[in-house]
Ligand binder design. Structure first.
Ligand SMILES: Cc1cc2nc3c(=O)[nH]c(=O)nc-3n(C[C@H](O)[C@H](O)[C@H](O)COP(=O)(O)OP(=O)(O)OC[C@H]3O[C@@H](n4cnc5c(N)ncnc54)[C@H](O)[C@@H]3O)c2cc1C
Length: 210
């Protein structure tokens, strides 16, 4: 497997991550059948929507809900990994597999059940420590058409920002959690900065929040 995570992070960063693993003696393979000697097998996960579908709720690779967790049936709510929910910042439905999103979206849905009308609007985020590298990602894995690099690929710390039609939709940092956190705050505030500012290590992204 030459470029793991390529759909979300792009081929260049995927190739870098593959390189890091190979340097540590890990052989990455993509295939339907794991080799007999595999130590870790990534199989992915599938939302368990059978009960919802049999009950007549709208299902589309997850239980479809709006920003308040309302399903297609009046008075029936759903939250967590199993839902594909409308995200107000990205203006599309997303499904996330992360405990923090499941928990906080759940809080918002609980409040909505009690009458509040404030949708869950955090930008999904995760981190992963791999050897001496800390990888952090903020975004929803949505399509992008432009990437901007801050720093130098392969020389941590560095960050990559993902834009769609000029709008920041995701960020990843390798040993660069500050810039991921700042990009996340920019997205949540609906603020934009220019590609040149994203690229410039001297430009503090917090200035974009002003
Ligand atoms: C191996 C593994 C490692 C993970 N590591 C991380 C991590 O490091 N960090 C992170 O953020 N997230 C991690 N996750 C994801 C995290 O576990 C989920 O995001 C989180 O548990 C989602 O919470 P949830 O309440 O939406 O769903 P769940 O925790 O999956 O809870 C759903 C519950 O519903 C029950 N259920 C399903 N169908 C029915 C039914 N028909 N009737 C009654 N009950 C039913 C299930 O048994 C389950 O108890 C990991 C997941 C896995 C599988």
């Amino acid at each position: 497997l030459a470029q793991p995570l390529a759909r979300v992070l792009g081929g260049q960063l995927g190739a870098y991550i593959a390189h890091v693993h190979r340097e540590h003696g890990v052989d990455l393979r993509l295939g339907a059948r794991p080799p007999p000697s595999a130590d870790v097998v990534a199989v992915g996960s599938v939302p368990r929507t059978g009960l919802a579908a049999r009950s007549g709720l709208e299902v589309d690779r997850g239980i479809v809900v709006d920003g308040l967790g309302r399903t297609s049936a009046e008075g029936v709510f759903a939250a967590g990994d199993v839902t594909r929910f409308t995200h107000p910042l990205f203006e599309t439905r997303i499904r996330v597999e992360h405990f923090q999103t499941a928990q906080r979206q759940g809080f918002a849905v609980g409040r909505a059940m009690a009458g509040a009308a404030e949708p869950y609007r955090e930008v999904p985020w995760f981190w992963s420590d791999q050897y001496d590298l800390n990888l952090q990602y903020a975004g929803a894995g949505l399509p992008w058409d432009q990437t901007v690099m801050r720093g130098e690929l392969g020389r941590p710390p560095f960050a990559v920002f993902y834009l769609s039609a000029g709008r920041l939709v995701a960020a990843v940092g390798i040993n660069d959690h500050h810039n991921v956190a700042r990009a996340r705050r920019l997205m949540e505030a609906g603020k934009s900065v220019t590609p040149a500012q994203l690229e410039d290590p001297a430009f503090d992204l917090r200035r974009g929040l002003a």
